[in-house]
Design a protein around this ligand. Structure first.
Ligand code: ZN
Length: 186
């Protein structure tokens, strides 16, 4: 309920850059998630890392905030090689930062933007399970990143759970559509 209210607040403040289908591995149904873009989160932003510059953050069960540069990268990747609810994308090896584990799973050393989005979708699944506790737990454990220690569970779980089922048809904003070859519609 509170997540729904907070999500509605984001939509009052602006329009999403695009919407996506996402779910956790243990969920049966796909959910629509709004991806909001802001220049504060661009790699070149003057806002401080790790809270702003170059970071994505999952605010609620249905709201993810990213930089415009990241949003553009996702749209380009999905234009070249789209995923779908029938063929969703997961984080290679269940880790965005463990290159050895990623390689063993047949992935690239570094995650694509779409894989990072799958990780964020894993956080939306956690937000559904944890409800109000999601915010304090997320604040406490996000900066611990992935790893082999007990306190890495939050980030590990997001990478293991998130499934990205593609971009919702017709949801890409005009600014991002212009980034595609020929300015075509998604
Ligand atoms: Zn995370």
């Amino acid at each position: 309920m509170v997540h729904a209210i907070v999500s509605a607040g984001f939509h009052l403040m602006g329009s999403p850059a695009f919407r996506i289908y996402g779910r956790g591995r243990r969920e049966n149904t796909w959910r629509e998630i709004s991806v909001f873009a802001t220049h504060r989160r661009d790699l070149q932003s003057r806002w401080p890392a790790p809270l702003f510059r170059g970071t994505c953050i999952t605010w609620t069960t249905s709201v993810i905030a990213v930089g415009w540069d990241f949003a553009t990268q996702v749209i380009r990747e999905q234009y070249r090689c789209p995923v779908s609810r029938d063929h969703p994308l997961q984080v290679s090896g269940g880790r965005v930062r463990d290159s050895q584990r990623r390689k063993e799973a047949g992935g690239q050393n570094y995650p694509s933007a779409s894989e990072i989005l799958a990780h964020e979708i894993g956080h939306t699944w956690q937000a559904r399970r944890l409800s109000l506790l999601y915010w304090p737990i997320g604040a406490a454990f996000t900066l611990c990143r992935e790893g082999d220690h007990w306190y890495n569970w939050f980030e590990n779980q997001a990478s293991e759970e998130g499934l990205f089922g593609g971009i919702v048809c017709g949801s890409v904003c005009s600014q991002l559509r212009r980034e595609l070859p020929g300015g075509t519609n998604q």
